[in-house]
Design a protein around this ligand. Sequence first.
Ligand SMILES: [Zn+2]
Length: 80
Amino acid sequence: MLGMSSSSSFFNEPEIEEVLIESDAGLKREEEIIKQKQEEIVKEMKEELDKFKNVGRNEICLCGSNKKYKKCCLLKHRTW
Ligand SMILES: [Zn+2]
């Protein structure tokens, strides 16, 4: 009885390992997608900051909110 159960766990081991390798590869793909997205976001941030570069703090914000830049997107840009 004891020998049977230990041999069955031995046969199960490679299966578990395979699943781990698979999920590891999936994780790496996910990391790459996240990295790409982050790079895109950083690029967009830079472009937007460039756009707002010449906007005064008391001028109406460029985003169309009709609020002053300092009360609108400046708050967002500060956290970047
Ligand atoms: Zn704004």
